[in-house]
Each structure stands twice: as structure tokens, then as C-alpha cells.
Design a protein around this ligand. Structure first.
Ligand code: GLY
Length: 370
């Protein structure tokens, strides 16, 4: 019952396989991406302590069944691992295992593991192939597809990185059943985002079927992930390096990042929660600017709220983030150009566009009300 979504990027093209029990079938799916001469060498599998405990045994058996020899590299879990320090340790560990061109490095985990491993793969020996095996909904529908890799610095998140496309992506939907509900919902915000930015029919499908997808219905979750990846693949194929359309994927992210920054990237607001709230704010801003009827923004808010996501700034625990401080964070967003903030606005559900000239007073008004 698995589905394959192609990402068409010339010689950098690859497939995203989506469905149940792909971990158990990993050896068969990865083998064609490893040169024959490298197949008997240790296959580095970069993962974190939590994912290793839950999924490594099944994954390793899947690899061994195809005659591969997995060599786990287990890192501490959490965003802190996207650091120079961990990059250094990981690079040394990978070199020690003898990674070589023709071989493959596997990232088994969420966005942190994928981003860090992908970046290490992009610089080791001037570029080694890697495979993404995303284990969170967020990474299955977003970070594992499209080749963005990065680490964080004191100056901000994802400021050092490279575009380095994976050779293949295996998104096993069964692993999502082990995710904490909050993480699953955070990933769901990114799924909804695809409907909002470019596909009204998909949004309407989610209104009817989102609940089944979230409760683990195999057909519904596979469709939700596959459709999200199909939309992302189409955008990335048009604009791999984000000179245009790819920015649409940032719907909800200008507001969302500001809210995450104002709450110190703490667990007061996880990334997907910021994206959900950010999408609602982007639709409210679009309505305030007269681009779409308020009923559309209410419909968006209703869907996120019914799914169980926060939609209003005053629902964030602790002191309410100040509107002026949020605006300050937006001005410093790495997507701001010459001090001009970038917003993704909408003309209707399913039709988003990039705007660089939104009046600050409208943004402030939305932040004060939202
Ligand atoms: N996460 C946005 C992108 O891949 O462009």
C-alpha cells in the first residue's frame, strides 16, 4: 500500500517512498543507492537516543535482510544537536567509519537528525550521498524532502547549511503511532499548510479526513503525507534554491518564527504549533488587507482548533508575547530583505502569494488581536 512520489531535479532526482513498514523493507529500498563495491562496508545510520530505542532494531533488521551492515551513530536528542560541536563529532565518526563517495549515509530521525546529517554529508569529502528516513510527521512532509540542510549558530537557526538533496527518502507512516500527540499535531500543521497555500480541494479533504489521518488510519495518513510530499516536490522542482515559489512553503512561518523566538524556542510553543498559529495570523492579515473574506480566515482557524492546535496568541502558556517585540523578531527574520519583512498572504484558501510590502500597522493590529 505504499506510494512513491518522484522529486524531479535532473541528475539530482529521487523518490520519496511513503507507507507502512518501510523500515522493515529498508535494505531492499536503499541497496540500489549504494555502489556495489561499498555494499559490504559499514553503512552509517545516524540517529538519536529516542529514535534508536524505538526504531533502530527494526530498521537494522531491514538492512541486514538485504545483506547490509548497519553501523549506528547515536546522538543526543533535541535541537541542541544542530551545532558545530555535534557536526564535528559526527563528521569524525563518519570519517572513522570510512565513508566514501559511492557509499551512503542514512539519517534515521526527525528534522534535527536529517538537517545535521544532510549537512555533514554535503561537506564530507566534498559531498557524499545520503538517505532520509524521517520518523516524525513534520520531517516526513517537510524537512526530509527538498534538500535543505543546516545547523544553528548563536546568530540564529539554520544559518549555516547547504542545499544537498537526498538520494532517496523512506517515510514509514507506521512509526508515527509512537509520536507524542503534540508532535503529531505540530506535523499536521505543515500538512494543512499545503492545502492553504496551493490546494483548496486538499484543505477540504483534510476538513473531512484529517481526524482519521491523525488517529492513524493507514489510508488517510498515507494520503495526507503523500499529497503533502507531492506538493512540496512540485514546488522544489520549480524552484530548488528558493528564488521564487519555494518561499510559499513559508506560509505561517514569518509569524511562527517570531512567536517561537519570543518564547525562546522553548516547549511553550513547538515549531508546528507556531506554524498553525502563523497560518491563522497570515489569513487574518490577508482578510484585514481586504484580500479575502473574513469567513475564509475563520474557516482556517476552525480547522486548526478542531484538530487540537492553538490558534490564538493568548493561548500560549506564560506571559503573552508583546506585539512590538514580535514585530522586531520579524524584521530580523533571515527572510527579510533589506529590512523589508516577507509575508506569505492568501487571495483565498489554496492561493497564496509572496508579499514584501505589507504595512506594519496592519501586522501590529493582527498581532494585538490574534
Ligand atoms: N521548509 C521549507 C522548505 O523546504 O523550503
Amino acid at each position: 500500500m505504499s506510494v512513491t512520489v518522484p522529486v524531479s531535479l535532473g541528475e539530482r532526482s529521487y523518490d520519496v517512498h511513503i507507507g507502512p513498514d518501510l523500515l522493515g523493507d529498508a535494505g531492499r529500498l536503499l541497496l540500489p543507492h549504494i555502489a556495489k563495491t561499498s555494499r559490504s562496508r559499514p553503512l552509517p545510520v545516524v540517529t538519536d537516543e529516542n529514535v534508536a530505542q524505538l526504531h533502530y532494531p527494526q530498521f537494522a533488521s531491514g538492512l541486514e535482510a538485504a545483506g547490509l551492515v548497519p553501523a549506528p551513530i547515536v546522538l543526543p536528542p533535541g535541537e541542541h544537536s544542530k551545532s558545530f560541536e555535534q557536526l564535528e563529532q559526527l563528521s569524525e565518526a563518519l570519517l572513522k567509519l570510512g565513508v566514501e563517495r559511492g557509499g551512503l549515509i542514512v539519517a534515521l530521525g526527525g528534522g534535527v537528525i536529517g538537517d545535521l546529517t544532510g549537512f555533514a554529508a554535503s561537506i564530507l569529502k566534498r559531498g557524499v550521498d545520503f538517505a532520509q528516513v524521517p520518523t516524525t510527521l513534520l520531517s516526513q512532509v517537510d524537512s526530509s524532502v527538498g534538500g535543505k540542510t543546516a545547523i544553528n549558530t548563536r546568530q540564529g537557526k539554520n544559518l549555516i547549511g547547504a542545499f544537498h538533496q537526498p538520494r532517496v527518502v523512506l517515510a514509514d507512516t507506521e512509526v508515527l503511532s509512537t509520536l507524542p500527540r503534540r508532535e503529531l499535531l505540530g506535523g499536521y500543521a505543515e500538512v494543512v499548510k499545503y492545502g492553504l497555500l496551493g490546494d483548496a480541494a486538499f484543505f477540504a479533504w483534510l476538513e473531512v479526513n484529517g481526524r482519521s489521518a491523525l488517529s492513524g488510519d493507514a489510508k488517510a495518513i498515507t494520503h495526507a503525507v503523500a499529497h503533502s510530499c507531492t506538493m512540496k516536490a512540485a514546488i522544489v522542482a520549480r524552484d530548488e534554491r528558493e528564488n521564487g515559489d519555494r518561499a510559499l512553503l513559508n506560509l505561517g512561518h514569518t509569524f511562527g518564527h517570531a512567536l517561537e523566538a519570543a518564547t525562546d524556542f522553548s516547549d511553550r510553543l513547538i515549531h508546528g504549533e507556531g506554524v498553525a498559529m502563523g497560518c491563522v495570523l497570515a489569513f487574518k492579515l490577508s482578510a484585514r488587507l481586504g484580500l479575502l473574506p473574513p469567513a475564509d480566515s475563520q474557516r482556517v482557524e476552525k480547522h486548526f482548533a478542531e484538530a487540537g492546535l492553538l490558534t490564538r496568541i493568548d493561548q500560549i502558556s506564560g506571559p503573552r508575547p508583546d506585539a512590538a517585540a514580535l514585530l522586531g523578531h520579524m524584521r530580523h527574520d533571515k527572510k527579510a530583505l533589506g529590512g523589508q519583512m516577507t509575508f506569505i498572504l492568501a487571495r483565498k484558501i489554496g492561493e497564496a502569494f509572496v508579499s514584501h510590502d505589507v504595512p506594519e500597522d496592519a501586522v501590529l493590529a493582527v498581532l494585538r488581536e490574534g
